[in-house]
Design a protein around this ligand. Structure first.
Ligand code: ZN
Length: 130
C-alpha cells in the first residue's frame, strides 16, 4: 500500500471489511442459535438421564455443558474472527499503522481525508469520486 490511498479505494476496502465482518458474525450467531435450538430442549432429558447414576450436581453440570460450550465457542469465535478479519483485510493508516476499520473512523477519514490517529493526510485529494 502506498502512502496515500484513493478515496474510492478506501471506501471499497472498508465496505469489503465490514461486509466480511457482518457475514462472519451472522454465520457465528446463526450457528449459535441453531445449536441452542438443538441443545436447550435436550438439556432436561440429559439431566434426567444422568441424575440416577451420577447425582444431581454432576447431571446438571454435564447437561448444561453443551450449551456452555456453544456460548463460549461463539464468544471466542466472534473475537477470533474479528481479529482475523482485522489482520487480513483490515484497514490501517499507511503512515501510523493504526486501525481505521470501524464506522466512526471511516466517516472521519472520508470527511477529513486525514488519519484520526496521526492527523496526516492519507487520502489522495486529486482522486475522482470524492
Ligand atoms: Zn495515521
Amino acid at each position: 500500500m502506498g502512502r496515500v490511498m484513493k478515496l474510492p479505494d478506501f471506501i471499497e476496502a472498508s465496505k469489503r471489511y465490514h461486509k466480511r465482518l457482518i457475514i462472519t458474525m451472522g454465520l457465528i450467531m446463526g450457528l449459535l442459535v441453531l445449536g441452542l435450538a438443538v441443545f436447550v430442549p435436550l438439556q432436561p432429558a440429559i439431566i434426567n438421564h444422568l441424575q440416577p447414576r451420577f447425582g444431581k450436581d454432576v447431571a446438571s453440570f454435564v447437561g448444561q455443558l453443551p450449551v456452555g460450550i456453544l456460548i463460549f465457542s461463539a464468544f471466542f469465535g466472534v473475537i477470533g474472527s474479528m481479529l482475523y478479519t482485522e489482520r487480513t483485510i483490515g484497514i490501517v493508516c499507511p503512515l501510523c499503522n493504526k486501525g481505521l476499520g470501524n464506522a466512526p473512523m471511516r466517516q472521519v477519514v472520508i470527511a477529513s481525508k486525514c488519519c484520526p490517529h496521526c492527523g496526516q493526510r492519507i487520502i489522495d485529494e486529486d482522486a475522482p469520486g470524492a
